[in-house]
Every structure is written in C-alpha cells, then in structure tokens.
Design a binder for this molecule. Sequence first.
Ligand code: GTP
Length: 375
Amino acid sequence: MEAMILAGGIGTRLRPLSCTRPKMLFPVANRPLLDWTLEKLGKNKVKKTILAINYMADAFIKRYGEKAHRMKIFYSRDLDPAEESLQFSQESLGTGGSIKKAEKLIGHNEPFLVLNGDILTNISYVEFVRKHKASSSIATIALHEVEDPSRYGVVELTDKGRIVRFVEKPSREEAPSNLVNAGIYALSPEIFEYIPKGRRVSIEHEIFPKLAEEGKLQGHIFQGYWTDIGEPSDYLKANRLLLDLETRKEKLGKNATLDSESEIRKPYIIGENAAVGGKTKIGPYAAIGEDVIIGKGVRIENSIIFPRTAISDFASIKGAIIGEAAIIGRYAKIEGGCIVGDNAIIQDNVTLTQGVSVCPSKHVTGSDLTTKCLM
Ligand code: GTP
C-alpha cells in the first residue's frame, strides 16, 4: 500500500512556534508528530510514503531522508526549489493541488491513502482501505464523531454510507450530523482526472462536493481516538492523549536527573539530560524536552516544554507551551493557553495569561493578562 501525507501547511494558528519549524515536526509526548504517523503507517503494511511538502520543506528531508519506519520516503514539493523564494502562502497548491502534483510518484494500479499531516489517530488503515476497495466510489473519507462539529467539515450520509452533502463549519443547529471529515482519505487513481493541474485546489471544497453529487464519495465511520492539531488547545490535548496512551516509552530520558525532593505526577515524560530541582512539582500531563533545566519550587502541569529551555526557581507553567531555548524567570507565571516562542526571555515576576503569545527572541519585561501577540 502507498500513502501520501499532506505536510505543506503553514500552521498559522500555531504561530509563533510554527514560525521556526513546521507543525508536523512539533514534539508530542517528546517525539515529532509525524514520527507517530509514519510509525503507524509502517505497521499498517504501507511500503512507500510521499510527503507533500512546501513550508520549511527542507526540515522534513533532513529529518526523514529516503527511508523511515521501514518505508521508502519520497518528497513532492508544491513549488520546485527554484520557485521557493516566492511567497509560499500564495504559491502553495492546497490539499488537492498537492495531491495532483504528486501524481507521477504514486502507483496507479490500486487505491492509496492520503492523510492530513496534523492528525493523531488509531484508525486501522488496512481496514479503511479494504472498505474503500469494497465500494465502487472514487474516494472514501474517514469520519469521526465529535461532540461539537462546528469547527469541522460535517457530512450527511445515506444508510449505505454514501456522502450526499458537506457543510463546512456549521452552527450546531445547522450541522446535519456529528460526523466530521477526519482528514484521512482512501483515493482511487481516477481521482487525478478530477483535480485540475498547476493551480491551488482544495480537495475538501472543490473535489469532494463534485464526487458527492456524482454518487462517488463514501464515508467510513471509525471509533477510537482522533484529534487534529490546529490550535494550541488541540496541541495540548494531543499531548495529553499520547501521555495517557504511551505506556511503552521510558518516561525519564537518559541522564535526566530529578532532585530527591521533587514530586512527579503521572502521566509525564522528561527528556534526555533534563534536570529537575528540589520541591518542584511536575505533572500531571507535562512533556519536558531534552536538556531542559528546571529550578527549585517550580510547578508545571498540562504543558509542553520544548528542548533546551531554562525555567527558573518558583516559576509556574500551567496549560502553556514553551518553545525551544527560552528562558523563564524566577516567579514568572505562564498560564491559560499562552505560547512562548523559541529563544524568548520572560523576565522574573512576569505573569502571562489568556492566550498571550510571545514572538521568538522577544524579551518580555512586563505582565500581560489579555490575549495578544507580543512582538
Ligand atoms: P493553519 O494555517 O493554522 O490553518 O494550518 P495548516 O496550514 O496546517 O492548514 P490546515 O490545518 O487546513 O491543513 C490540513 C493539512 O493539510 C495539514 O497537514 C497541512 O500541512 C496540509 N496542507 C494544507 N495546505 C497545504 C498546501 O497548500 N500544500 C501542502 N502540501 N499541504 C497542505
């Protein structure tokens, strides 16, 4: 089986962290999001995966090279390297255009998988593609039931599982069901005849509604877990999900040190060479990256700390994401969905709450209690 992962998005909703790395390489439970997906594909009989890349394309090539998780890895760039100096936001091909661009790299003898690169799920890909093959449709969309469908593409299904209608981001009253497009597709090679070449195309907005009209679009409802990583709250949720599920992994990385008076509450993960000081409380739901230094009397829960950050004595971090090599001052308090960019410095005694985001390398000297971006 072959798969394609759409990994070229800019991840605007996760700025400023996405200013310095693509969203698909953000650590989730201390491992890049895409590693989790590739590992799962490798275990689901996928032999070849194409990464459809655009924004910060080289970061993917550097990390995965030609082989990963027992699969051959190929790359399809929305823009050829010579064109990349053009602004990617305007020039990217969208979800449909990037699939079309990769046409030559995909075998045309059987259906293939396409995944949004920013999802975490335990769907069985083998079962999903088997269901698609058993139908006569050109595309099958994996559907997941959610409580509030208003942020997603919602579908109306017939008894036989055919999708007859799409409604994008409906209000709760307008939503025809609670079944949302999970960003996982099984596509037959005929799909390429439906996607125009050489321009930006959204498969969700342009191609799927056409297939639905023609009766060639199937839905497959799956149970289990699923989340996409669009907003900071989704990212924290994905981290909690994997910390709950990931039982194999060593929770304390090599050479990490914990003061005997520190208090660690499960679930958590602490990376290699990290150091945790006395009377510090870590967890539940804390992912501490490698080489992070944490002082004494610190409190960290429901948060993600990227590698090489330093957190000074008595700081408190709750429900926040701290980028790489940041410095958090003594008695600083960072809460409520705040994001601190790479290399930023938060001075002693500063309080940040309510989704404040701090740009990379910014030095914050005063508190901020309302949602805004500190440049
Ligand atoms: P936001 O900017 O915050 O909306 O995030 P995003 O850029 O990731 O967009 P979105 O969440 O809608 O994208 C869904 C998936 O498709 C993600 O895995 C993206 O990486 C991918 N994607 C979106 N647009 C493109 C594109 O133009 N080209 C490629 N190759 N992938 C894309």
